[in-house]
Design a protein around this ligand. Structure first.
Ligand code: EPU
Length: 418
């Protein structure tokens, strides 16, 4: 098991080009299966989750290669079943359910893996696919879905909560359905718009993405295209929080600044100097950060993103004053706090609230990454701490950050993978 050894207490400084978005790339890779012929994806990050998606495509008979670009040719698609071992590698394996139904009319999957953030059911996905005409049966954990008549029928679906994954699965199934589908209370995350942007480039007709209601006119066939995946707003939030925590300055290039606004508007309250252009963000962190006065409530987009909660907390543990987080998306997304406390942070968890009383400094410690963003938060805290930290279980971090240690080193951070 690999580890990061991090020697902290040094200011960071440098320029970074932000990676492409993980949470866009994965549903877009699943969507490429809907397009006849070849799709070429630019700006896909090289991550273990992207390789897992590639393996799934290849198992299903598509040809997928990952190098500077991701090239997917769906001509040979034949399989309708994803082995349980591949389903377990990541949460986004569930995106293939809607895509397989959209292309082949049937599929067999199982409960997906991914970070353990509390219960992550797929009831909204299943109920929506049933509304689109799928017959679903569960045989010992294997979920078989088959569309009546081989093709989905457009319908109106109102989600009880704007689930990102359920919205994506509905879109993937509905773009080739017969007739019109309307998704009410749809997720508005930028990655949903990116998926729709890709599908539109393939010939799909989708309106309203980024708003509460998405309207899809089903098309019989889609074609391949070339598409550039959006930048990763959460990796961006991570490198900005890391620099804010350690002190120093960063020029972040290739950003999606408008989509990062819900995060930036909170980070700004810590007193960092932030200058933002549409595709570049400059941050300078000089003095001790200020605590954030308003409660930081994670909410569906355009609220504060749950994925940035842990990394921002890593910066606020040494701020002057008390900051309060409220995690409203996942039941169990404070698992990183034990490691931060081990480094000297003062954090009290009261149900879905975390009270962070800023301390003057952190000290190095041994910690185990608990999940993707939690692991990144531990690394950010370790870079601001005095002394050496050892972070194990870093396969979590590798699932979401491309060449993490190279990025940290570009900023002058002292990090080694052993
Ligand atoms: N939920 C249900 N039933 C469902 C679906 C969701 O109860 O059928 C609940 C979940 O348990 C959770 C809430 O609804 O409490 C939100 O889940 P959502 O479906 O919106 O999230 P997701 O699709 O599982 C994606 C991202 C997450 C990100 C969330 C929220 C991907 C691969 N994952 O997850 O990203 O936190 O949206 O924005 O896109 C990460 O990148 O580290 C990560 C966890």
């Amino acid at each position: 098991m690999q580890k990061f050894i991090i020697e902290g207490g040094k200011r960071l400084s440098g320029e970074l080009k932000l990676q492409g978005s993980k949470n866009s790339s994965l549903p877009i890779m699943a969507a490429a299966m809907l397009a006849q012929g070849e799709s070429v994806l630019k700006n896909c990050p090289k991550l273990t989750d992207v390789y897992s998606a590639s393996r799934i495509l290849n198992v299903l008979g598509c040809k997928c290669s990952v190098s500077d670009t991701v090239v997917i040719n769906s001509e040979g698609i034949s399989g309708t079943e994803i082995p349980e071992s591949l389903m377990r590698e990541m949460r986004s394996s569930i995106m293939f359910m809607g895509a397989m139904l959209g292309r082949l009319g049937e599929c067999t999957v199982s409960i997906p893996g991914g970070c353990e953030l509390g219960p992550r059911p797929i009831d909204m996905h299943i109920n929506a696919l049933k509304k689109l005409g799928a017959e679903v049966s569960d045989e010992g954990g294997r979920i078989n879905c088959r569309l009546r008549g081989g093709r989905a029928k457009g319908t109106r679906i109102t989600l009880p909560f704007p689930s990102v994954g359920a919205t994506e699965n509905i879109i993937l199934c509905a773009v080739t359905a017969e007739g019109e589908t309307i998704i009410n209370n749809a997720a508005r995350e930028p990655e949903i718009c990116d998926l729709c942007g890709f599908l539109r480039s393939c010939g799909a007709e989708i309106h309203g993405d980024g708003c509460g209601s998405i309207i899809i006119q089903g098309r019989e066939k889609l074609h391949g295209c070339e598409y550039t995946v959006m930048p990763d707003r959460i990796a961006g939030a991570t490198y900005l929080s890391m620099t804010a925590a350690a002190g120093g300055e960063i020029i972040l290039k290739n950003t999606c600044t408008a989509e990062m606004e819900p995060f930036l508007s909170v980070l700004e309250q810590t007193g960092c100097g932030i200058y933002a252009a549409p595709d570049t963000i400059y941050l300078r962190s000089g003095r001790r950060l200020k605590a954030v006065r308003d409660r930081i409530r994670t909410m569906p987009h355009p609220g504060f993103p749950t994925d940035a909660q842990a990394v921002l907390m890593a910066a606020l543990v040494t701020a002057d004053g008390t900051s309060v987080f409220e995690e409203n998306i996942f039941d169990c997304r404070y698992r990183h706090t034990a490691a931060l406390v081990k480094m000297g942070a003062d954090i009290e968890i009261l149900g879905k609230v975390a009270v962070v009383r800023g301390v003057k400094t952190l000290h190095g410690a041994e910690a185990e990454a608990t999940d993707l963003r939690g692991g990144a938060a531990m690394a950010a805290a370790a870079l601001s701490a005095e002394g050496v930290s050892v972070i194990s279980n870093i396969s979590h971090i590798d699932r979401g950050y491309e060449k993490f240690e190279e990025a940290v080193r570009t900023l002058g951070g002292n990090i080694q993978r052993v």
